[in-house]
Design a protein around this ligand. Structure first.
Ligand SMILES: CCCCCCCCCC/C=C\CCCCCCC/C=C/C(=O)SCCNC(=O)CCNC(=O)[C@H](O)C(C)(C)COP(=O)(O)OP(=O)(O)OC[C@H]1O[C@@H](n2cnc3c(N)ncnc32)[C@H](O)[C@@H]1OP(=O)(O)O
Ligand SMILES: Cc1cc2nc3c(=O)[nH]c(=O)nc-3n(C[C@H](O)[C@H](O)[C@H](O)COP(=O)(O)OP(=O)(O)OC[C@H]3O[C@@H](n4cnc5c(N)ncnc54)[C@H](O)[C@@H]3O)c2cc1C
Length: 676
């Protein structure tokens, strides 16, 4: 990161903000990103990317039509991966990989997204040794392009009802892939439409007349030389989407398409030459690629919210509109208390999500090591943590980005702000890798939290709880929350408050479920009638984790210059959650009305404290103009002249008279004149 972000020619307001900050940005950046060495590496990677002519992003992507955009993203993806090993440690996807990609690809997916984010991890973790030898080389050399084809027209969530079949034929030692209905058509896989010639295909396995559920197969779809679809394969692009239009998300059908036996991933489950099925150690090992993306996307989402809030805070520092004291001049909109309440909690959220991303990364790496040794003990825990965080983080990120956009008034609606790109990219995360509500229900029902199971085992006195769930077994305090005022409240007290609220809702949902089980004829019906309360329980459980994890992470910081900033942001995160969480914190009088009023006062006082440092704090997220791609969020704050330039470079202004005018408007006006 640069020594100072202040330069000659910068907007004076933003410069003043930076001069008045009470801490050094470099210090906070080092803490946020995990150390000075990592910040230094980010700068090294950034400089290398800037120096590399092939990585120059000369075309403003927002002005491109769909096919041009797809082509430009493919060009960038190839250039990015051509030089990757000279610039980054390719094995560090969670750190260097994700940063490097964001510098080059922006907020879009591309022809190689799924190749790296799903196929590579699946092959590394689910292929047997022989398959690894055969497939890994071509994947890494990019002599083939691959994707992950699971979702179908008719089914995405409910994998057990996928319709694509893989039926083993022992005579030829082949599987026959088939799409028996229209709804069996694979639909959505990224880069499937035009780019990929291979795919991991999830299909229902039948062997020796028995069904064994969905299993992954590595399938060639297109000819290696001509890139034409192979006979028996129908494939194409599904059309424009809300976002990620650089990616050719596709459809795919099979017509009795034969593939060799060894195309089924065989590290876990196996089909022997005679058709004998050997089950895996854990039934869900074949879902590992999804777990990887759910784990890595927490960081990606936090970075999207971080870039949105950087843009909104910088713009709010240079935008002057209205007066607070009459006749004393227009103020920076960042001075309005209402603006601060819109924005500053998004800063806290970005950090809470990022620190949670570090935790889930560590757990993912531990699970991967365990799985190499054949141990599946921690897999359910990872499934639960990644599913729960994925749901809460992607939802709050999307809401946060939208708040940032609204806080920038009219200019926030322009593509020049970058908000439309950030939002439409990030909000996809609420749907892909498991629709958010469904994943919350997983947290409640099946995941490591096993909230429902935990409650019954606690009440039976047989609970075996992990570190993350042990609080559920603690007795609800009979007294009130210890909160008296923002100055005195401790991290432990705030964590206790969230745990109270989560526990309260978990037991409430559990009791309702049990009651519903007596009212409805099947457990499934009772479950459905309790769905809303169960989701609330999961959400509160995840929020309690986020608050606890934030303060645990920050407790590692002993630096008196930045620790107060981190504490203020942590308190704001918690108090904003309590104030917005309402009923869960006031049940049984845990928070009184007076305490709630003091919470709100505490928030107002934190907003005031954070205000003078707001620009410096977002500077510490360390986003370059190259990543932000936003006229409103420019480091130098010179927004207005650059908005004009941006509009003037718009292709519609290449000629003074548009074809719309020539073809349609002029004839109408001419006809109008003739009627006068
Ligand atoms: C060198 C160049 C550098 C390049 C750098 C690149 C860097 C990459 C950076 C990437 C950055 C950002 C990432 C963005 C990328 C975005 C790509 C997006 C692509 C999107 C892809 C997709 O969407 S793929 C399709 C995803 N689909 C889903 O997620 C479907 C959701 N449904 C399910 O997962 C399951 O059906 C569901 C879990 C809902 C239920 O499963 P089911 O089989 O029905 O099982 P149940 O009977 O309900 O449960 C039985 C028990 O199994 C447990 N369980 C379920 N799933 C799992 C699991 N995955 N792991 C472990 N355990 C699991 C469940 O808990 C039950 O347990 P119990 O104990 O019996 O209760
Ligand atoms: C941008 C993007 C990229 C994608 N990339 C890929 C890819 O590369 N490969 C791939 O295979 N797929 C991909 N997908 C597909 C994605 O994984 C699915 O869309 C997702 O898993 C949701 O499944 P669905 O579409 O079937 O939604 P549905 O399951 O049909 O969801 C619709 C509604 O029904 C509700 N619902 C469904 N089941 C339940 C339940 N049991 N209980 C309560 N409510 C329920 C949901 O909460 C939701 O409100 C992508 C999707 C998007 C948007």
């Amino acid at each position: 990161m640069e020594d100072t972000l202040i330069r000659e020619g910068d907007n004076l307001d933003i410069t003043k903000e930076r001069r008045n900050a009470t801490f050094r940005v470099k210090k906070l950046a080092a803490f946020i990103h995990g150390g000075e060495e990592i910040v230094r590496r980010r700068k090294e990677i950034y400089d290398a990317v800037e120096r590399e002519p092939r990585l120059k992003n000369s075309v403003p992507i927002e002005f491109l039509a769909r096919e041009e955009r797809h082509e430009e993203q493919a060009r960038r993806a190839v250039a990015m991966t051509d030089v990757a090993t000279d610039i980054i440690d390719g094995s560090d996807m969670f750190g260097e990989g994700i940063y490097y990609q964001s510098l080059i690809m922006g907020r879009d997916l591309h022809s190689l997204s799924l190749h790296y984010s799903m196929v590579l991890p699946a092959i590394q973790n689910q292929a047997d040794d022989e398959q690894l030898d055969e497939w890994l080389g071509p994947i890494i050399s990019r002599s083939l392009i691959s994707t992950y084809a699971q979702t179908e027209l008719g089914h995405g969530t409910n994998l057990s009802k996928l319709e694509t079949t893989a039926t083993y034929d022992p005579k030829t030692q082949e599987f026959i892939l088939h799409s028996p209905t229209i709804t069996a058509t694979k639909w959505w896989p990224g880069a499937l439409g035009k780019s990929s010639n291979y795919a991991i295909v999830m299909a229902q396995l039948y062997t020796n007349g028995k069904w064994h559920g969905p299993h992954p197969f590595f399938v060639q779809l297109r000819d290696a030389e001509t890139h034409m679809p192979l006979k028996g394969v129908t494939v194409g692009d599904i059309g424009p989407k809300l976002g990620i239009n650089g990616s050719d998300n596709g459809f795919l059908r099979f017509n009795n398409f034969r593939i060799p036996r060894k195309t089924m991933f065989m590290k876990n489950a196996k089909v022997l030459p005679d058709g004998t099925y050997v089950p895996p150690k854990h039934a869900k090992l074949g879902f590992g690629a999804m777990v990887f993306v759910r784990s890595i996307m927490i960081k990606d989402q936090s970075m999207q919210l971080g870039s949105a809030i950087t843009i909104a805070v910088r713009y709010s520092a240079i935008r002057r509109q209205g007066e607070i004291v009459p006749n004393s001049g227009e103020v920076q909109i960042l001075d309005y208390q209402t603006q601060q309440l819109r924005l500053f909690p998004q800063i806290s959220r970005t950090l809470a999500f990022l620190f949670a991303a570090y935790e889930v990364k560590d757990l993912y790496l531990r699970v991967t090591t365990q799985l190499q040794e054949g141990n599946t003990e921690l897999l359910p825990e990872l499934h639960g943590l990644s599913s729960g965080l994925k749901s809460v983080v992607s939802w709050e990120t999307a809401q946060g980005i939208e708040q940032c956009r609204l806080a920038c008034g009219g200019h926030g609606y322009s593509q020049a702000s970058a908000f439309p790109e950030i939002y439409s990219y990030a909000v996809g995360g609420c749907t892909y890798e498991g629709e958010n509500i469904v994943m919350l229900l997983q947290v409640a029902r099946q995941a490591f939290l096993g909230l429902v199971k935990i409650v019954s085992s606690i009440r039976a006195g047989t609970a075996k709880l992990s570190l993350l769930t042990s609080y559920i077994a603690e007795k609800q305090p009979k007294t009130r929350s210890k909160f008296t005022c923002v100055e005195n409240v401790s991290a432990e007290d705030l964590i206790a408050d969230f745990e109270y609220a989560a526990r309260e809702q978990i037991f409430y949902a559990y009791d309702l479920l049990k009651k519903n089980e007596t009212l409805y004829s099947t457990p499934e019906e009772a479950w459905n009638k309790t769905g809303i309360e169960l989701c609330k329980a999961s959400r509160l459980h995840v929020k309690a984790f986020l608050v606890r994890n934030y303060f645990n992470y920050v407790s590692k910081c002993n630096d008196s210059e930045i620790r107060p900033i981190l504490d203020q942001l942590g308190k704001l995160y918690a108090l904003d959650g309590i104030s917005g969480g309402g009923v869960w914190f006031t049940r049984r009088g845990y928070y009184s009305d007076d305490q709630m009023a003091t919470v709100r006062q505490g928030i107002y006082s934190l907003l005031e404290k954070i205000r003078p440092n707001a620009v410096a704090i977002v500077d510490a997220f360390d986003f370059s103009d190259r990543e932000l791609q936003s006229v409103l969020g420019r480091r130098d704050g010179n927004v207005y002249e650059n908005l004009l330039k941006w509009a003037q470079q718009n292709p519609m202004n290449r000629s003074e008279i548009s074809t719309a005018y020539i073809k349609h408007l002029k004839p109408m006006m001419t006809e109008g004149k003739s009627k006068l």
